[in-house]
Design a protein around this ligand. Structure first.
Ligand code: TRP
Length: 548
């Protein structure tokens, strides 16, 4: 294989597996999986997800890696080699390369956020609002209202003589004159807000005018000596949210981190497959496994009631609906980096004597273990601190979670470690995204690796600039990639492997490595029938966006 020499190759199965697992393990595992599992009630949803991984993810990964391995080409070249120079499937490759370009442009911006948050955690800025900021914040009417509501909620939680409570409730509009003496209703309201401190401000939000009592408590509060210190804590959740929004729309800072992140990614990829990607993955992945393991165990020890584990195993089956199945299926694709030729590209650097099926198994296995461990790491924190992820956005990772992380034993260090984890996971995924475009330029345009890497990285960097300035733009790019490009790419790759590719080539990947005929038949059935049908459904859901 003379091409093999000039293109480079992974030195061993371990090298390939760690690099491919690096691609697969990313924000999808650390944030998106825990989030959708939470939303869909845990338990059965996890089971559905595991079935999707086995039924669809694993077979499509085998197909992608095989296409790469036998062709030893980039996603466009692979279809030309295997299916003829004018093969219509080369457009699938082009869509993939475009997908890699697009995804990395915003992925890098989000990775940059994690770098900012490593620094912020290191400066221990999630415990209280900096004192010098408190007075400035308090000049804003919005912040004053927020403080009034929080102080009010705090006060009303304290034991108060019944008649005062009644008066407060009446004033706040939570009870009416007629029901004032209704003991049952009174108890209900009482129980409700003693459960959750924040529920009252929520209820009061609906009322336009601030209640007299809120202002009263607020004024009393300000007279206290340590008011400022306390305010620094009271304002924290709002401040955290506000400073995240300020940061991501600041432009300059996100751009700085985006630049730095793309530079690091470039420096690794420019080193080539063995000296760059493989070496970085062998260094980073073990660290990543250790951090996830350590944080998961730490969280589990905190979770005395084992609510986190119970949720993962049993959960709330009633929260599972039809849409959940499609969500699990779509995520199986995303989390394994399938559908845009990333696994195909890495496969093209695999040596002939390495087994595709065994490697695919390990990559799938590691990705799944990390996703489950991420749940064990995050759920106990959600349960113990009664935190509820309200929005599907990545935001909570940077707004509420850090405030809880610093409450853990070794708080500040845990927050720093957590954002290092996010950064490393994003880095190894970014490497593979850049490599897709680099391999395309090197194979199709005959550019040298150095030239390909510089051109690809610069172009992607520039494409990411709008995302560094606007969260809306970033979200748009993400929706387009994960709802359109990935599913359609995955669908067509499965169709190619199932209907158009030489069956014998695929078959050999099983028989040559002593893998049983049964596994092959399962694989072939899946890429021919199960995957196309399911992915088509996901694709439709993504387009129509029903249920969301
Ligand atoms: N798998 C990555 C994650 O879980 C995201 C991703 C999707 C990806 N497609 C990709 C990464 C292609 C690299 C290449 O976060």
């Amino acid at each position: 294989m003379q091409e093999n020499k000039s293109r480079g190759a992974f030195s061993s199965k371990l090298g390939f597996v760690l690099a491919a697992a690096g691609s697969a393990v990313g924000l999808g595992n650390l944030w998106k999986f825990p989030y959708i599992t939470w939303e869909n009630g845990g338990g059965i949803f996890v089971l559905v997800y595991l079935v999707c991984i086995v039924l669809v993810g694993f077979p499509v990964m085998i197909a992608e890696i095989s296409i790469g391995k036998v062709s030893q080409k980039d996603p466009v070249g692979a279809f030309k080699v295997l299916d003829g120079i004018k093969s219509p499937f080369r457009f699938v490759g082009m869509l993939g390369v475009f997908g890699g370009f697009l995804i990395l442009s915003y992925y890098s911006v989000v990775a940059g956020w994690s770098m900012e948050y490593i620094v912020r955690s290191g400066a221990d800025s999630f415990r209280a609002v900096p004192r010098q900021e408190v007075s400035t914040l308090m000049q804003k009417e919005e912040m004053q209202d927020y403080a009034k509501k929080r102080i009010f909620a705090m006060q009303i939680q304290k034991p108060q003589p019944d008649n005062i409570k009644e008066e407060i409730l009446l004033d706040a509009g939570l009870i009416q004159q007629t029901t004032k003496k209704d003991a049952i209703y009174y108890d209900q309201v009482n129980e409700q807000y003693s459960k959750n401190l924040d529920i009252l401000p929520e209820l009061l939000k609906k009322k336009k005018k601030l209640a007299k009592w809120q202002t009263y408590f607020y004024e009393q509060f300000l007279k206290k000596k340590d008011a400022k210190t306390k305010l620094a804590k009271i304002l924290l959740p709002k401040y955290s949210e506000q400073s995240f929004i300020d940061f991501i729309s600041n432009g300059k800072k996100p751009l700085f981190w985006h630049t730095l992140f793309m530079l690091i990614t470039l420096l690794i990829v420019i080193g080539g497959i063995q000296k760059g990607i493989e070496k970085a993955s062998k260094f980073i992945m073990p660290i990543l496994f250790i951090i996830v393991g350590f944080m998961a165990i730490n969280s589990l020890m905190l979770d005395k009631e084992q609510e986190g584990i119970r949720f993962l195993l049993i959960g709330m089956p009633e929260k599972l609906h039809g849409y959940s199945i499609l969500e699990a299926m779509g995520h199986a694709f995303f989390t394994l980096s399938l559908g845009m030729g990333a696994m195909l590209t890495y496969g093209s650097y695999m040596q002939k004597h390495e087994s595709v099926v065994k490697s695919a198994f390990w990559v799938t296995f590691l990705d799944t273990v990390i996703a489950l461990a991420a749940c064990l790491m995050i759920f106990p924190i959600l349960f113990v601190y009664h935190l509820h992820p309200e929005s599907g956005s990545i935001g909570i990772l940077f707004t509420s979670l850090p405030l809880e992380l610093v409450k853990l034993p070794l708080g500040m260090m845990m927050a720093v470690i957590f954002y290092i984890l996010v950064f490393l996971a994003a880095l190894t995924s970014a490497i593979s995204l850049l490599e897709v475009v680099v391999t395309y330029l090197a194979d199709e345009m005959n550019f040298s690796r150095i030239k390909s890497t510089l051109i690809a990285a610069l172009a992607i960097y520039l494409a990411g600039v709008p995302s560094a300035f606007s969260g809306d733009f970033l979200t748009m790019a993400d929706h387009f990639a994960s709802r359109f490009v990935l599913p359609i790419g995955g669908l067509l790759i499965a169709i190619y492997a199932g209907y158009r590719m030489d069956k014998e080539i695929l078959h050999k990947e099983f028989t040559d490595f002593g893998i049983s005929e049964k596994v092959f038949r399962f694989f072939y059935f899946s890429v021919r029938y199960i995957t196309p049908v399911l992915v088509f459904l996901v694709f439709l859901t993504g387009i129509i966006g029903f249920g969301k």
